[in-house]
Design a protein around this ligand. Sequence first.
Ligand code: ADP
Length: 197
Amino acid sequence: MSGSLHCGIVLDMKKIIVLMGGQGVGKGTFARMLCETHPFKHIETGALLRESAKTNTKIADIMARGELVPEEDLLSLVSENINTDQDIILDGFPRTTEQAKWLVNNYADKADIHVIYLDVPEETMIQRIQKRIREGGGRADDANIDTIKRRLNIFWTVTIPAINWLKNVPNIKFSDVDVKGDVNDNITMIIKALEDK
Ligand code: ADP
């Protein structure tokens, strides 16, 4: 972890671990496993939005169509939840280059940001979404094949450019972790990537 010198005292910067990857890749599972190793605050934008959607039909409709919720809603939701007094895992944010720039502009000087790109081919994402459906997740946006295809298309066309932008930001850490395999091997590789940098 990096430190900063302030009035002669070395202050440790808190960490923001950013889990990025396509649909069904396991961001939530890996975030929960990391939370068992360390007291992170887990900020999962999909779960927070599903909660908002219970009383906000505009957000519920957008999510049911598999589209992205508008930037202003996301940025206020994340601002309300992020607090650099503790280590954080971001799961589901950022997903656009605008969100990535907002994160870097507002937090790169306050926290040690490490982006973990959970890298799998699309066929693995589809298999994992199908598994989630079989296990009875009951999510409205998993129930329709067109909605799943729309979300995957947004991942490749909108989120991959955001990941590529983040990869080239000099003052943040970036690791590309191949998580096609077994969940226990994957979490071991993720922890190694976090420790190595
Ligand atoms: P998945 O990654 O499988 O699509 P999530 O639970 O992460 O599932 O997100 C569900 C939905 O919540 C998305 O399809 C989108 O409508 C909305 N959402 C979540 N995070 C964001 C974000 N960062 N920006 C815009 N919309 C978001």
